[in-house]
Design a protein around this ligand. Structure first.
Ligand SMILES: [Zn+2]
Length: 557
């Protein structure tokens, strides 16, 4: 490890005369510097390798053990979901609008729900309905206004409540669609959603937990064609005005992280998620990104375009290359993903139906209540699905300003106690240089691996084989990225102080910019800048300790 104090001591101890030994010294120093550099590179390789391995393990749900079909009735079982899914995505050929498969799927779902209703204990009230929806609306789609008219799309609806519940009590809606796009078996998108909803409704009825407020399951028959099924339900169904919150489940991949991509209006749906999800997978940056991705979910109908209901949009995001293709099959689902989704959903259903914020449409129009609901979006993110960090927007205003405040004071404390206009000016210039250099390094860390990937396409047919062997991605991208990050440091060597505080300043300013733009992603650079500070504090404390230990014997002698 590099210890500056040792270097200082060695140089000070060297004799001032030109001897053969002193001529050898530059060569020895260079060798020591190379050895130091190699040690740093090795440490970085081990660090990045361990991080990549951990992230791969977590996002592929290796830490979640799927339960089999014979699991106890009081738990959610991925095995039982797969049994439903086999019927929907393998036995039934195609569930596209207008195809016989779609009707067969609707009848399978309805049959399962009626079976559950028939066996439900007397403390539950279970209603199952087959509805046909018709209507019209217009929406902006890929910057074009599209006007849609539709007739007779089939939804299957189930409402589970206690036997003493009122017809107009505020309720929770759980939505998933059973239609699939042309040419796709739709195992993940969204056979996995409706099969999970079948298992969840069974679990509610057999676990003995009676929902304090009704849960409505919408098995939606027309999502792929411009969100018609959800529109028909929310505009025409008799229970539409009772819905106080919704959970939309979707898939744009074959499993992995079941990410909360959108939440709102207001922050209470994401707060409930943060408090109750067993495997939290949520990130407020996702909502910033969702606006620029050309895709839509029923979230748009429930929370934005047609109704203003608070809710969550939860989507499988890994394995996007199977999405809407003939490869969206049962075999390509990632084991453990459905188990994690189901266990999260059961906790969420319990929390939402217990929440005092669950209000029907007429109650939400009360302005005081509305102000409580429609507050600004919070900042939240999970750590490796282990736990979640959540803080409201007003806390973030203070927290995310801290790094910039520290950075602005840096020129003063770096020159303390000899603070002059000139010294402060010189330090500010140095820090600005360090900041520009780090920004350049970060840009190169993105551009160089991208260029290397482009070049590989020209020279080999196997340039994309990291898709099937993900560990190759580490060797293909991480070293090239590190080269990009470190290159400016080798070419334009500034003082260590300028490099460090320049990098810190860059992340501080990005955090501030995010906050001023009203986006929710600033936490990432906030935590980078605070980690830098913490790391520097720890390293300088250790160095000081070592230095004082080296000095003490000399003082005694
Ligand atoms: Zn879908």
């Amino acid at each position: 490890m590099y210890t500056p104090d040792e270097d200082v001591t060695t140089t000070a101890a060297a004799p001032p005369m030109a001897t053969p030994a002193s001529r050898l010294r530059p060569a020895a120093d260079a060798a020591a510097a190379v050895a130091d550099a190699m040690r740093v590179l090795l440490a970085l390789t081990v660090l990045y390798g361990a991080m990549s391995f951990l992230v791969y393990h977590v996002i592929h749900m290796r830490h979640v053990a799927p339960l089999g079909p014979d699991a106890l009735p009081g738990v959610f079982s991925e095995g039982r979901v797969l049994q439903h899914l086999r019927r929907l995505a393998v036995d039934i050929p195609g569930r596209q609008e207008g195809s016989p498969g779609l009707e067969a799927a609707a009848q399978y779902i309805k049959g399962q729900l009626e079976g559950l209703a028939a066996q439900a204990r007397p403390e539950y009230r279970v209603e199952v309905e087959e509805t046909l929806v018709s209507g019209s609306f217009s929406m902006m789609f890929l910057r074009h206004r599209v006007t849609l008219g539709y007739r007779n799309h089939k939804n299957i609806v189930m409402r589970i409540s206690s036997n003493v519940s009122e017809e107009d009590e505020p309720s929770l809606l759980v939505n998933g669609h059973f239609d699939s796009p042309l040419g796709s078996p739709g195992a993940a998108d969204c056979g996995s959603c409706v099969a999970s909803m079948l298992e969840l409704s069974r679990l509610i009825l057999e676990s003995g937990w009676v929902p304090p407020r009704p849960v409505i399951f919408l098995f939606n028959g027309a999502e792929e064609l411009f969100l018609l099924g959800s529109h028909g339900f929310i505009k025409t169904h008799k229970w539409n005005s009772t819905i106080g919150a919704f959970i939309n489940i979707e898939a744009s991949g074959s499993g992995g992280a079941d990410l909360v991509c959108q939440s709102g209006p207001g922050s209470w749906p994401s707060r409930i998620y943060a408090q109750t999800a067993k495997y939290p997978m949520a990130n407020s940056v996702a909502q910033d990104m969702f606006g620029i991705i050309p895709g839509d979910t029923d979230y748009r109908i429930f929370a934005e375009d047609i109704a203003n209901i608070p809710g969550l949009d939860i989507i499988f995001v890994l394995g996007g290359y199977f999405y809407h293709t003939s490869y969206d099959t049962l075999e390509n689902l990632l084991p453990g993903s459905i188990q994690a989704r189901g266990e999260n959903l059961f906790n969420l259903v319990k929390a939402f139906t217990n929440s005092s914020m669950l209000l029907k449409e007429s109650e939400r129009y009360n302005t005081t209540v509305n102000d409580r609901i429609v507050n600004l979006r919070a900042i939240f993110f999970d750590y490796m699905t282990w736990f979640m960090i959540f803080y409201p927007r007003d806390v973030s205003l203070i927290l995310h300003s801290l790094p910039v405040a520290v950075f602005l004071l840096t020129p003063l404390f770096l020159n303390f106690p000899n603070i002059t206009m000139m010294s402060v000016f010189r330090t500010v210039l140095d820090l600005a240089r360090g900041m520009l250099l780090h920004a350049f390094g970060v840009s190169l860390a993105i551009v160089i691996p991208a260029m290397a990937a482009g070049l590989r396409l020209l020279f080999t047919k196997n340039a994309m084989n990291w898709f099937s062997h993900p560990y190759l991605a580490f060797f293909m991208f991480v070293p090239a990225s590190l080269v990009g990050l470190l290159l400016p440091r080798f070419i334009w060597g500034l003082s260590e102080q300028s490099h460090f505080w320049g990098a810190f300043g860059l992340y501080s300013l990005i955090t501030l910019a995010y906050m001023l733009a009203g986006l929710s992603g600033g936490f990432l650079t906030f935590f980078i800048s605070m980690s830098l500070l913490l790391g520097r504090f720890i390293i300088s404390s250790i160095s000081r300790k070592q230095f004082s230990q080296q000095q003490s014997p000399g003082i005694v002698a």
